[in-house]
Design a protein around this ligand. Structure first.
Ligand code: NAD
Ligand code: UDP
Length: 310
């Protein structure tokens, strides 16, 4: 039985990860400051003797003896990470230093949740891990993008300088049940608006693309990366290469919910990436991982979830 720390374990991806690690027979410590995480997403695990909840902020050091750390803590939705950009940067930079120190002390393996945002508004398409990105260092998304880039730098430097065992995953847009309906991301917004009969808000003309990955696929990829025995530290892209426009996503949600909601167009936020699609060759060849869940199957489960919490 491994002792595994999941920071951000009460968040969207974190709660799915905790549940799966628990089901696989591990002792799971969920650490969260509940900035965007929700107690109801981890409630079903609280009585499990192999599950522990620690309310803590990763900006502050912590001392827990563990074998593995998944560092998921960081608000991921643009409205949330832009709410207190200085805090977002601290969470990425001070947070990863605290986790790296912990991994160094206990010789634990640390997997860090990085993001496709390290590619910024990419000039290479699809994005391969070798691409260095096109990131605005002073814009409204920079607190997140540059924070995540700095965290990757610190991961690599602790690895080279102190031999810390690391894994870097770059997560592309992920969706599924247990997203917060108020999270502000496009999948949750579209579904909640469609269910309530409210206008569907499309930012810009909706021609920007994203590639949406269902959460169980993402979690499976993260666990494979953590436990790979090939000495592969990454970075590795984890996402679903099936690319579509944001407008097309809205149309699918409208069709699947049978909603009469109208589409309305709002201003496109600055630095919103025009295109995004992962090249997952590395994940396929080295980890033997690829996503299995088709967009309609994933959306069906996500729509059912949002209906169930209405
Ligand atoms: P989320 O906002 O749902 O979850 C983040 C969790 O971290 C929340 O429970 C929050 O309370 C917690 N948290 C935030 N700051 C903290 C701090 N300082 N100390 C302790 N806990 C803190 O986001 P998510 O979608 O679950 O994303 C999880 C991770 O994956 C994040 O690091 C995010 O950057 C990364 N990621 C997610 C996506 C995606 O599409 N969901 C894409 C790329 C990267
Ligand atoms: N978006 C949208 N309507 C919404 C929320 C988001 O059109 O209600 C757009 C957003 O501008 C971006 C895309 O959908 O182009 C994905 O946004 P999200 O916040 O989900 O993730 P991002 O990839 O921008 O981090």
């Amino acid at each position: 039985m491994k002792r595994i720390l999941v920071t951000g374990g009460a968040g969207f991806i974190g709660n799915h990860l905790c549940r799966r690690l628990l089901n696989e027979g591990n002792y799971v410590i969920c650490l969260d400051n509940f900035f965007t995480g929700l107690k109801r997403h981890i409630e079903d695990m609280l009585d499990n003797p192999n599950f522990e909840l620690i309310e803590h902020d990763i900006v502050e050091p912590v001392d827990i003896e563990v074998d593995q750390i998944y560092n998921m803590a960081c608000p991921a939705s643009p409205p949330h990470y832009q709410y207190d950009p200085v805090k977002t940067m601290k969470t990425s930079v001070l947070g990863i230093i605290n986790m790296l120190e912990l991994a160094k002390k206990y010789k634990a393996t640390l997997l860090h949740a990085s993001t496709s945002e390290v590619y910024g508004n990419p000039l290479v398409h699809p994005q391969q891990e070798s691409y260095w990105g096109n990131v605005n260092p002073i814009g409204i998304r920079s607190c997140y993008d540059e924070g995540k880039r700095a965290a990757e730098t610190l991961m690599m430097d602790y690895h080279r300088q102190y031999g810390v065992d690391i894994r870097i995953i770059r997560i592309f847009n992920t969706y599924g049940p247990n997203m917060d309906p108020k999270d502000g991301r496009v999948v949750s917004n579209c579904i909640v608006q469609a269910i309530n009969g409210d206008d569907i808000t499309i930012y810009g003309d909706g021609s920007q693309t994203r590639s949406f990955c269902y959460v169980s696929d993402l979690v499976a990829g993260a666990i494979k990366m953590m436990n790979n025995d090939k000495g592969f530290i990454g970075p590795v892209n984890l996402g679903n290469p099936s690319e579509r426009t944001v407008l097309n996503l809205a149309e699918i949600v409208l069709e699947m919910t049978g909603s009469k909601s109208k589409i309305t167009y709002k201003d496109l936020p600055s630095d919103d990436p025009v295109k995004r699609k992962p090249d997952i060759t590395k994940a396929q060849e080295i980890l033997g991982w690829k996503p299995e869940v088709d967009i309609k199957d994933g959306l069906k489960k996500t729509i059912e979830y949002f209906k169930s919490i209405q």
